[in-house]
Design a protein around this ligand. Structure first.
Ligand code: FAD
Ligand code: NAI
Length: 468
C-alpha cells in the first residue's frame, strides 16, 4: 500500500492532521494502537475530565448553590456509577465521531502499533502480532504523551489507590480523603472533581504557587477560591515518596527550602506531576531520528525531524501539551505537505483550567513581561461589578489585560471567572490581529454579559473603566 502521508497516533494532533491532509487531496492513512481513535484527549484526558467536571459542578451547585436563588431542593444524592456512565457515553460519542470523520474523508485507518522502519516505511503490528508495512512519501509522528510519574521517585501506580489522571477519572467510590501531588492543571481539575464529590483533598506542590506558569495574581486569587471550596494546599513542598500503606497510601514531602519531612496518609493518592513525550516502540533511534534532551522529537520550524520525510507534532514535540496546539500543528503540517504555507502562532495559544471558576490565559503574564524588560500597562476589572455576574451569583474573579506601554498593543489577557474559557477567545482574536486595548475597549459588547468585564478591563488599560 502506498500513501502520501501516514500519521502515527490518532489523538487531536494526528487525526486532525489526517483530515486536513485528506481535504487537501493527499492519500492518507492513520495508525492507532488504541482500540478507539481520539488519543489521550478523547479517551482519558480533556473530554472525560470535562464530563466529570461538569457533572460534579452541577452536584456541588445543587448541594449549596440553589438556595440563594430561591430554588429549594432536597439534599442531592450522588450516583457515581451513573456519572461515570455519562462520562463513558461522552467518550464513545466523541471517539465514534472521529471514526466517522476518518471514513467520511476516505482516510485508511489501521489499528495496531506503528513503527518507523525508515523514511517512507511504517510497519504496523496488530494486537494478534500480524504485521504489515505501508509505503509512504511522508510520516507524521503524533504519538502524544504519557504520565511522567515524579522525577526521582519510584511510584507504583495501581490506578486504584495510587492513581494517575487515568485512574482518577475512573474511581469506583468517592475517597474520604485524597492527596494530590502537583498543583498544576490536572491536580487542580481532578482535585476539584473529587473535592466537590465529597473527598477531603490536600494538594502538595513543589513550587510556592499553584498553576505554575499562570499569571501570579490570577494564581493567588485562584488558590484562595479553591481553599474556600475546601481544598488544602501544601506549597513549596517536594514529594520524595509515595507508598502503599494498608488500604491506602502515604505521601512523604519535605520543604523545598529545607527542613523536616512530613508524611500524610490518604485513601487515594493522585500523582499529577507532569507528562512526558511518548516515543516507545517507534523505532526512532534505528531510523536515525534525533530526540531533544527532554525526549521529544527534535523538529525545525516546519515540524520536520532531522530525517527528510519524517515530521512530528503535538505532545511529542516542544511547546505546551495542549490538544488545540496539537490540532493546529496537525493542520500546519498537512498544509506544508500539500505545498502550502503552514503556520502556528505560538504567541497566541490560549490555556484554560476548567475548574469553577475557570482560569483562562493567552499571551504573556505580568511576570514574563517584567523578565523580558517590556514596559506594559495593566487594566483590571472584577466580576463583582458586572451585572450579569451578580444575576448569576458568579462574582468571583477578574479580567486582567496587559498592553505595551508604548503602542497599546495587547500582549496578554488573563481571566479568572465563570465562563473564562469562552471569554478568552475575544482577546486571542484581538491579539492575532495585533489589536490594542483601545480596539477592544471601543468594541460594542452586548449587555448584560460577563464579556462586558473584558471590555471594561480593556477600558481600564487605555482610559478608565465605566462601571468602577
Ligand atoms: P495524544 O492525544 O496523546 O494521542 C497520541 C495517540 O498516539 C494515542 O492514542 C496513542 O495510543 C497513540 N500512539 C502512541 N504510540 C503509538 C504507536 N507506536 N502506534 C500507534 N499509535 C500510537 N488539553 C487541552 O487542551 N485541554 C484539556 O482540557 C485537557 N485536559 C486534559 C486532561 C487530562 C486528564 C490529560 C491527561 C490531558 C489533558 N489535556 C488537555 C492534554 C491533551 O490531552 C494533550 O495535549 C493532547 O491529547 C495531545 O494530543 P496528541 O495528538 O499530541 O497526543
Ligand atoms: P503540570 O506541569 O501542569 O503540573 C505538575 C505540577 O507538579 C507542577 O506544578 C510541578 O511543580 C509539580 N511537581 C513536580 N514534581 C513534584 C514533586 N516532587 N513534589 C511536588 N510537586 C511536584 O502537569 P499536569 O498537571 O500533570 O498536566 C500535564 C499536562 O497535561 C500539562 O502540560 C497540561 O498542559 C496538560 N493538561 C491540560 C489541561 C487543560 O488544558 N485544561 C488539563 C489537564 C492536563
Amino acid at each position: 500500500m502506498s500513501y502520501d502521508v501516514v500519521v502515527i497516533g490518532a489523538g487531536p494532533g494526528g487525526y486532525v492532521c489526517a483530515i486536513k491532509a485528506a481535504q487537501l487531496g493527499l492519500k492518507t492513512a492513520i495508525v492507532e494502537k488504541r482500540a478507539t481513535l481520539g488519543g489521550t484527549c478523547l479517551n482519558v484526558g480533556c473530554i472525560p475530565s470535562k464530563a466529570l467536571l461538569h457533572a460534579s459542578e452541577v452536584y456541588a451547585e445543587a448541594s449549596h448553590g440553589f438556595d440563594a436563588l430561591g430554588v429549594t431542593v432536597g439534599k442531592p444524592k450522588l450516583d457515581l456509577g451513573k456519572m461515570m456512565a455519562h462520562k463513558q457515553s461522552v467518550i464513545d460519542a466523541n471517539t465514534g465521531g472521529v471514526a466517522f470523520l476518518m471514513k467520511k474523508n476516505r482516510i485508511d485507518s489501521f489499528t495496531g502499533s506503528g513503527k518507523v522502519l525508515a523514511a517512507g516505511k511504517v510497519e504496523i503490528t496488530a494486537a494478534d502480532g500480524a504485521k504489515q508495512v505501508l509505503e509512504t512519501k511522508n510520516i507524521v509522528i503524533a504519538t502524544g504523551s504519557d504520565v511522567a510519574g515524579i522525577p526521582g521517585v519510584d511510584v507504583a501506580f495501581d490506578e486504584k489507590v495510587i492513581v494517575s489522571s487515568t485512574g482518577a477519572l475512573a474511581l469506583e467510590k468517592v475517597p474520604a480523603n485524597m492527596i494530590v501531588v502537583g498543583a498544576g492543571v490536572i491536580g487542580s481539575e481532578l482535585g476539584s472533581v473529587w473535592s466537590r464529590l465529597g473527598a477531603k483533598v490536600t494538594i502538595v506542590e513543589f513550587l510556592d504557587k499553584v498553576l505554575g506558569p499562570m499569571d501570579g495574581e490570577v494564581s493567588k486569587q485562584f488558590q484562595k477560591l479553591m481553599e474556600k471550596q475546601g481544598v488544602t494546599y501544601k506549597l513549596g513542598a517536594k514529594v520524595t515518596g509515595v507508598k502503599k500503606s494498608g488500604k491506602g497510601a502515604t505521601v512523604t514531602f519535605e520543604p523545598v527550602k529545607g527542613g523536616k519531612a512530613e508524611t500524610l496518609a490518604a485513601d487515594v493518592v493522585l500523582v499529577a506531576a507532569g507528562r512526558r513525550p511518548y516515543t516507545e516502540g517507534l523505532g526512532l533511534a534505528e531510523a536515525g531520528v534525533v530526540l531533544d534532551k527532554q525526549g521529544r522529537v527534535e523538529i525545525n520550524d516546519h515540524w520536520q525531524s532531522n530525517v527528510a520525510g519524517i515530521y512530528a507534532i503535538g505532545d511529542v514535540v516542544k511547546g505546551p501539551m495542549l490538544a488545540h496546539k496539537a490540532e493546529d500543528e496537525g493542520v500546519a503540517v498537512a498544509e506544508i505537505l500539500a505545498g502550502q504555507a503552514g503556520h502556528v502562532n505560538f504567541d497566541v495559544i490560549p490555556g484554560v483550567v476548567y475548574t469553577q471558576p475557570e482560569v483562562a490565559s493567552v499571551g504573556k503574564t505580568e511576570e514574563e513581561l517584567k523578565a523580558a524588560g517590556i514596559e506594559y500597562k495593566v487594566g483590571k476589572f472584577g466580576f463583582n461589578a458586572n451585572g450579569r455576574a451578580r444575576a448569576m451569583l458568579h462574582t468571583d474573579g477578574f479580567v486582567k489585560i496587559l498592553a505595551c506601554a508604548r503602542t497599546d498593543r495587547v500582549l496578554g489577557g488573563h481571566i479568572l471567572g465563570f465562563g473564562a474559557g469562552e471569554m478568552i477567545h475575544e482577546i486571542a482574536v484581538l491579539m492575532e490581529f495585533g489589536g490594542s486595548s483601545e480596539d477592544l475597549g471601543r468594541t460594542c459588547h452586548a449587555h448584560p454579559t460577563m464579556s462586558e468585564a473584558v471590555r471594561e478591563a480593556a477600558l481600564a488599560t487605555f482610559a478608565k473603566p465605566l462601571h468602577m
